[in-house]
Design a binder for this molecule. Structure first.
Ligand code: ZNH
Length: 141
C-alpha cells in the first residue's frame, strides 16, 4: 500500500515534528475540538483550553505515537496493539472520531510544512493516518 519512498518520507516528516511535538499535536487537537465539538466529551476530565499543560502534553504523546508507528510501519498492528486496546476497552472512543483527528492532523501539517506538504506528502500521510486509525479501531470489530 505504501511505497518504500512513502515509508521513508513518513519517518522523515514525523522526525521533523518531534522537536515541536507539543505544538503540532496540540494544534491538531484544538482543531478537532473546535471543528467537531462532540470530540471534547472524551476529554471532560482534562483542561483542553488552548496551550493548557494537558493539551500540550497530550498533543506531544500523539506525535510520539505517530513517529513510533511510522518507524515500525511493517509491524503496525503489533506495535500499536496496546494503544488499540486502550482506545477500545478503556477509553471507548467511537471509531468515527479517528477520521476527524486524522483530518485535523493533515491540516496542521499543511500549515506547518507549507509548500513541502505537496500532493505526494499529503497522499502518503493520508494513507498512513488511515492505516493507523484502522489499527486503533480494530478491536471494536
Ligand atoms: Zn488517543 C490517549 C494516541 C486518536 C482520545 N491517545 C492517547 C495516548 C496516545 C494516543 C499515545 C496516551 C496513551 C497512554 O497514556 O498510554 N490517539 C492517539 C493517536 C490517535 C488518537 C495517535 C489518532 C491518530 N484519541 C484519538 C481520538 C480520540 C482520542 C480520535 C477521541 C476523540 N486518547 C484519547 C483520550 C486519551 C487518549 C481521551 C486519554 C487522555 C488522558 O490523558 O486522560
Amino acid at each position: 500500500m505504501l511505497s518504500s519512498y512513502e515509508k521513508e518520507l513518513l519517518v522523515t516528516i514525523w522526525e521533523r515534528m518531534l522537536p515541536i511535538a507539543e505544538d503540532i499535536g496540540s494544534d491538531a487537537l484544538l482543531r478537532m475540538f473546535t471543528t467537531f465539538p462532540k470530540t471534547k466529551t472524551y476529554f471532560a476530565h482534562l483542561d483542553i483550553s488552548p496551550r493548557s499543560a494537558h493539551l500540550l502534553s497530550h498533543g506531544k504523546k500523539i506525535v510520539e505515537a505517530l513517529l513510533e508507528g511510522a518507524q515500525n510501519i511493517t509491524t503496525l498492528t503489533t506495535t500499536l496493539a496496546p494503544l488499540s486496546r486502550f482506545h477500545a476497552y478503556q477509553l471507548r472512543i467511537h471509531p468515527t472520531n479517528f477520521k476527524l483527528l486524522s483530518h485535523c492532523i493533515l491540516v496542521t501539517l499543511a500549515i506547518n510544512m507549507k509548500d513541502e506538504f505537496d500532493p505526494i506528502a499529503h497522499a502518503a500521510m493520508d494513507k498512513y493516518l488511515s492505516a493507523f486509525a484502522a489499527v486503533l479501531a480494530e478491536k471494536y470489530r
